[in-house]
Design a protein around this ligand. Structure first.
Ligand SMILES: O=P(O)(O)OP(=O)(O)OP(=O)(O)OC[C@H]1O[C@@H](n2cnc3c(O)ncnc32)[C@H](O)[C@@H]1O
Ligand SMILES: [Mg+2]
Length: 197
């Protein structure tokens, strides 16, 4: 069976990818259990650049097919921040709680209609005998002024999807995987996954 390494150390993403890949009959490994692989520096200016940096670095080390995800939250009232800095928005320790607190305090006093935002996901696929390709996906929502729900990860507790009337942390894992930015990007990656030998 084909093996694909997902170049992420984020446990929340890793879980979602395990489900998203389950229909392809592919063995999926992540970096969650491989502490000896160093953190790849994300020096790109765009999600796509960072996804390519991560995918190609791990493909070189592993000689396998690799999918990397660079994602984040783009808030209109903050001119697109935290954007590519989503993971480290409140500091190098990459704390989800501190990141949420920082967003909430920056949006204090901003009215509901001006709290529009989207999650953005860029995926890059790289490997020994393929050209690196990137695809993307987005999910539109609103930033609440308090946390709701215990599921998901990252900014999910403050990201509400209006059509569902729920935050991403209030949805089931299955539902998030149907409508998320990551799910949308995976649909666009599908033709490239099916081509892998
Ligand atoms: O680079 P890797 O190892 O994949 O893990 P990371 O956590 O550093 O991931 P990113 O560099 O792509 O940063 C993305 C940040 O954006 C947030 N994020 C991405 N997808 C999300 C989702 O589905 N729900 C909530 N927050 C998300 C989350 O806080 C992540 O830390
Ligand atoms: Mg990262």
């Amino acid at each position: 069976m084909k093996t694909v390494i997902i170049a992420t150390k984020n446990k929340g993403k890793a879980k979602e990818f395990e489900r998203l890949f389950s229909k392809y009959g592919i063995i999926v490994k992540t970096l969650v259990d491989v502490p000896e692989i160093p953190d790849i520096e994300e020096t790109g200016k765009t999600f796509e650049e960072n996804a390519v940096i991560k995918a190609e670095a791990i493909a070189k080390i592993s000689d396998s097919y690799v999918v990397a995800d660079d994602s984040g939250l783009v808030i209109d009232a903050l001119d697109g921040r935290p954007g590519v800095f989503s993971a480290r928005y409140a500091g190098e320790e990459k704390s989800d709680e501190a990141n949420i607190d920082k967003v909430l305090s920056e949006l204090a006093g901003v009215s509901e209609e001006d709290r529009t935002a989207r999650f953005y996901c860029a995926l890059a696929i790289a490997g020994p005998d393929i050209e690196t390709v990137t695809v993307n996906g987005t999910c539109e929502g609103l930033i609440l002024n308090e946390r709701r729900g215990a599921g998901g990860f990252g900014y999910d507790p403050i990201f509400s999807v209006p059509s569902e009337g729920k935050t991403m942390a209030e949805m089931s894992a299955e539902r998030k995987n149907e409508l998320s930015h990551r799910a949308a990007a995976m649909k666009n990656l599908e033709p490239y996954i099916e081509k892998l030998s």
